[in-house]
Structures are given as structure tokens and as C-alpha cells.
Design a binder for this molecule. Structure first.
Ligand SMILES: NC(=O)c1ccc[n+]([C@@H]2O[C@H](COP(=O)([O-])OP(=O)(O)OC[C@H]3O[C@@H](n4cnc5c(N)ncnc54)[C@H](OP(=O)(O)O)[C@@H]3O)[C@@H](O)[C@H]2O)c1
Length: 329
């Protein structure tokens, strides 16, 4: 038996979640049976898409789930040996027992921390890659606007657009993040939407208009982008975080008529839409990271007791780059 802790959802939040909506419980995890492994999670991810699942999706008074990476402590499955590092969907738990299904062995890449598998080389990086290249189809000279540009998805999407020869403006919510975007990620312009309303700020810097908008925010950011779109502009809708604390991700957009006269295409997507690009993504992203052409930030909170705070923090701009919780050494 191994003593573990896990996070339960105990109340469905209205609006911004509070720490009282969650509870940390101690549990006993049994020994692995034949074909199973005991895993200690090292890092877990928190993601904006977990917010709608707090309203409908996660069961009350059950352990929550999400992506994580962990180390095999004990193995009775021939595919895994103690010490192997595996990605899994058992986030929000310190230890768990599992069959081999759903576990994927990760190789450490020399020169890169293990945690890149949870962002730039993981789901958020792949979302950015497929979204900006396959859905938005950026090409050299495009004028590109990426919202939440200092976040896990946004920072990668914005830098890929730069690598492809685009002019890129990003929006973010703090001067520190804005500085990183300009000085480290090499963006051409940055708008701190908490200091200047996004419509005004974007209009001031995007003097040649916008050909591509990579939308992570919806609401006022989508509205501001529509006001600036050039003819035949493309909007790749990745997320709408500004609406996630409202049931149904409600959002107010006033400039929809611009779609008609501007012949604008708006296309939503999920990573499942370009699964066939995954091997190509891994090759390119590994090269870009090793050459320092894609940079990243991580915000790592320590201990499972901080998982609720990490999740809530996504809606307060607490994270620069990928938000992770460290669960083990
Ligand atoms: N389509 C897909 O398959 C897919 C997959 C993954 C993620 N997504 C979406 O991609 C977006 C980014 O996800 P992520 O994991 O990379 O998160 P993230 O950007 O790393 O973290 C969330 C950030 O959103 C910003 N934010 C929070 N509330 C906001 C608001 N009301 N208005 C404007 N900005 C706000 C904050 O940054 P600031 O300090 O800059 O405000 C915060 O740090 C989300 O919308 C998510 O749902 C979609």
C-alpha cells in the first residue's frame, strides 16, 4: 500500500472557481496486479479547458483527471521498468496504479527539461503548431495577431509565425509578460490589454491591418481583431478563455458584419483535426527548441495542495508560459 493524495471537485463553481470548490484527500493506493504498474506523478498540467468540465464533466467527489508525467515505481507489466518516465491522464493524483493502456514512455532529450513534453513538445505546442500552420496557413509577410501570446499555446503560435517570416503582434495582461514577448520571443509589437483596451491598443500598432488572428480569448479580443482584419483574413479559433467562467462560454462580439465585406474565414479547431502532423511536429519542434528558436516559460507551483490555485490562476494571469504543478521529485 502507498499513501497518496488526490484532488476532488466538491462543488460546481459559478463564475471564477474558488479553492473551496476543491478538496485534497488522502488515499491508500494498492499494489499493482499482474500487467499493472505503480506510478508516482512528477508534474501535472492545468488547462483552461478544465473550467467547462467543472460545470459539467468532472464528477463531484471524485478524483479529477488531466495530463501528467510520472515515474514507474513498481512494474508488473512487461512494457515498463521501474524508473521509466511515462505520460498519463491521471493528473490530480500523486500515485496511481494502472494497466499499460494510456501510458506512453517518454525519452528525455539531452539539453531539454522533461517538462517540455508537457508544453512546447506536448499538447499545447502541437495545438499551436497545427493551428498556426495548418488551420491559419500563415505565410511570409502575413500580419498576425495572437492573443494570450505569453501563454503556453500563444507563445508557441506567435514564435512559429515569426519563424515563417510574419509580422506578429501579441496581447497579454502584464508588463513583465509583454517584455518577455518583445525581448525573448522577438514579437514585433505587444499590447498589454489590461493597460490599454485591446481594440484601441491593437488599432494603434496594427497599422497595416491583420491577415491572421489566432484566437485564444474570444470576446473583446475577437471583436478587436475583426475590426482590423484585412480582406480575405483568416481567424483560427483555438480557445475563448474570456468566456469560460460563464455557462456556455458566452461572449459579446459586435464586429461580425466585417466578415462579409472582408471575405473573412473563421475556423475553429481542436488538435484532433491535424493528428497526421504529429510526427512532423515533434521533429520540427525538437529542432527549434534545441536551436533556441522557440523559447518558453514555465510557472511551476509546488505540491498537489496547490493544484486548485494553479487552475484558478489561469483565469487571473498568474502563469507566464505553461502552468504546471510539481507533485514529486
Ligand atoms: N483547440 C484546442 O485544441 C486547444 C488546446 C489547448 C488549449 N486551447 C485553448 O488555448 C487557449 C490558451 O490555453 P493555454 O493552455 O495556452 O493557457 P495559457 O494561455 O497558458 O494560460 C491562460 C492565460 O489566459 C489569459 N487570460 C485569462 N483570462 C483572460 C481573459 N478574460 N481575457 C484575456 N486573457 C485571459 C491569461 O494571460 P494574460 O496574463 O496574458 O491575461 C492566462 O495566463 C485557451 O483558450 C485554451 O482553451 C485550445
Amino acid at each position: 500500500m502507498t499513501t497518496s493524495r488526490e484532488v476532488h471537485l466538491v462543488a460546481r463553481p459559478e463564475g471564477l472557481p474558488t479553492e473551496e470548490d476543491f478538496q485534497i484527500l488522502e488515499t491508500e493506493v494498492g499494489d499493482p496486479a499482474e500487467g499493472e504498474v505503480l506510478i508516482q506523478n512528477l508534474y501535472m498540467s492545468v488547462d483552461p479547458a478544465m473550467r467547462p468540465r467543472l460545470t459539467a464533466g468532472y464528477e463531484l467527489n471524485q478524483a479529477m483527471s488531466g495530463s501528467a508525467i510520472g515515474r514507474v515505481v513498481e512494474s508488473r507489466a512487461e512494457e515498463f521498468a521501474p524508473g521509466d518516465v511515462v505520460s498519463n491522464r491521471h493528473g490530480f493524483k500523486e500515485f496511481f496504479v494502472s494497466g499499460a493502456r494510456g501510458l506512453r514512455k517518454l525519452e528525455t532529450i539531452q539539453g531539454l527539461p522533461l517538462t517540455v513534453h508537457m508544453h512546447a513538445l506536448g499538447g499545447t505546442g502541437f495545438t499551436a503548431y497545427g493551428g498556426i500552420l495548418h488551420i491559419a496557413q500563415v505565410k511570409a509577410e502575413d500580419k498576425v495577431f495572437v492573443s494570450t501570446a505569453a501563454g503556453a499555446v500563444g507563445s508557441v503560435a506567435a514564435q512559429i509565425a515569426k519563424l515563417k517570416g510574419c509580422w506578429v503582434v501579441g496581447s497579454t495582461g502584464s508588463d513583465e509578460k509583454a517584455r518577455w514577448l518583445a525581448e525573448e520571443a522577438g514579437l514585433d509589437a505587444v499590447v498589454n490589454y489590461k493597460e490599454t483596451p485591446i481594440r484601441k491598443g491593437l488599432g494603434e500598432v496594427a497599422t497595416a491591418g491583420i491577415d491572421v488572428y489566432f484566437d485564444n480569448v474570444g470576446g473583446d479580443h475577437l471583436d478587436a481583431a475583426l475590426a482590423c482584419m484585412n480582406e480575405r483574413g483568416r481567424v483560427a479559433v483555438c480557445g475563448m478563455i474570456s468566456g469560460y467562467n460563464e455557462p456556455g462560454a458566452r461572449t459579446t462580439v459586435r464586429n461580425l458584419a466585417n466578415i462579409i465585406y472582408g471575405r473573412i474565414t473563421i475556423r475553429g479547431f481542436t488538435v484532433a483535426d491535424f493528428a497526421d502532423l504529429h510526427a512532423e511536429f515533434l521533429r520540427n519542434m525538437t529542432d527549434w527548441l534545441l536551436r533556441g528558436e522557440i523559447r518558453y516559460q514555465e510557472t511551476i507551483l509546488e505540491g498537489i495542495e496547490n493544484a486548485p490555485r494553479a487552475l484558478i490562476g489561469l483565469f487571473q494571469g498568474l502563469n507566464a508560459g505553461k502552468m504546471l504543478v510539481q507533485l514529486g521529485e
